[in-house]
Design a protein around this ligand. Structure first.
Ligand code: AMP
Ligand code: MN
Ligand code: MN
Length: 327
């Protein structure tokens, strides 16, 4: 799949590096932390000195992963010979930790699977056909002939499972399943990972959904919902997560496109988009300054909920019409 990638140059950069910093995207999901930890643990196993960082550190529900407690929640000092960015489509997505790492590392590897990747950095391990960044980390370890132990395998399988929502997305390839099987063969606990990351949710999540469901609107193939700061406060969320609300909305048979508008402090709105195969929300998100995958994308926009909805809904209607025209 990844024949165009120069694994050799990236491996040489790692072997030559004194000290390495690995970063990922802000508000990290399972693939962000999975690829970050999988790579970090594997390179530490090789004897390299590796720091890992993401703003805010590892989310609570992913702290079962070995090494999760070693992920720095901010970078304020240090210098590295090499920075590796994983699962982030642009530099801004790596937040303050990424900005600090970039300013203090002469070389940068960009490892990612988003079709909207801006190709920042000096060395590119970019494979849009991969369903997760964790798969690319696995391919790299295999290409380099570096060992893969259980802690790293568990992190990588967490990335594959979460980004494919349990092998249910349209970008799951035979190779995705081969990689998952190889990780499980090392001992990565598939059932446990599925339970922790996809099935179990805190009660506060249901409390949030109870409040949010009245906001659901469905019109002409587009389903949307709004999450206000007040909803989040009332639900007493343990962590800022809507528990996969947009994923549940796109499960609606009659819907082709789903959007969840999440109010953020200081008049910002974060939007999560999903769509069925044949439609494209990556272009909508990218056009607004965000990014993602054809079927799952996002962006954060300044403005009130109403103002942002007024801008975005017509763009979704256009994406719906374009998808229908393609047939
Ligand atoms: P989410 O709806 O947060 O699960 O995000 C869906 C996909 O869109 C993921 O691949 C994210 O990495 C990507 N994404 C979300 N927000 C942004 C953003 N502001 N910029 C670029 N990509 C984003
Ligand atoms: Mn991600
Ligand atoms: Mn990913």
């Amino acid at each position: 799949m990844t024949s165009a990638i120069d694994w050799q140059a990236a491996s040489a950069a790692v072997l030559a590096a004194e000290r390495i910093i690995v970063v990922t995207h802000v508000k990290p999901d399972g693939d962000a932390i999975g690829s970050l930890l999988g790579l970090t643990l594997a390179l530490r196993e090789l004897g390299k000195t590796v720091d890992a960082a993401v703003d805010g550190g590892t989310p609570e529900y992913l702290r079962y992963l070995a090494g999760a407690d070693t992920v720095l929640s901010s970078l304020k000092e240090g210098a590295w010979s090499l920075m590796i960015s994983v699962d982030a489509s642009d530099e801004e997505r790596t937040g303050a930790a990424g900005a600090y790492g970039r300013a203090n590392s002469p070389q940068q590897i960009n490892l990612d699977h988003h079709p909207t990747n801006t190709r920042f950095g000096n060395l590119h391990l970019i494979a849009p056909e991969a369903a997760s960044a964790s798969e690319i980390v696995y391919e790299w370890l295999v290409a380099a002939g570096w060992p893969l132990a259980l802690p790293a395998a568990s992190a990588l399988l967490t990335g594959v499972v979460t980004d494919t929502i349990g092998f249910r997305t349209s970008n799951v390839r035979p190779r995705t399943l081969e990689i998952a099987a190889a990780l499980a063969a090392v001992g990565a606990p598939l059932y446990d990972i599925v339970q922790r990351t996809l099935v179990a949710k805190p009660y506060s999540n249901l409390e949030l959904w109870k409040q949010v469901f009245p906001s659901v609107q469905f019109e002409g193939g587009i389903i949307s919902a709004v999450v206000t700061l007040e909803n989040v406060k009332q639900a007493r969320l343990r962590e800022m997560s809507d528990g996969g609300l947009v994923g549940m909305m796109i499960a609606t048979e009659e819907a082709q496109i789903a959007a969840v508008f999440k109010e953020q402090p200081e008049q910002n709105v974060e939007i999560s988009f999903r769509c069925k195969p044949g439609y494209d929300v990556a272009s909508v998100a990218f056009g607004l300054g965000g990014g993602g995958h054809v079927q799952a994308a996002g962006v954060t926009l300044a403005g009130t909920l109403e103002a942002v909805r007024a801008i975005v809904m017509p763009l979704l209607q256009k994406a719906l019409a374009e998808g229908k025209a393609r047939g």
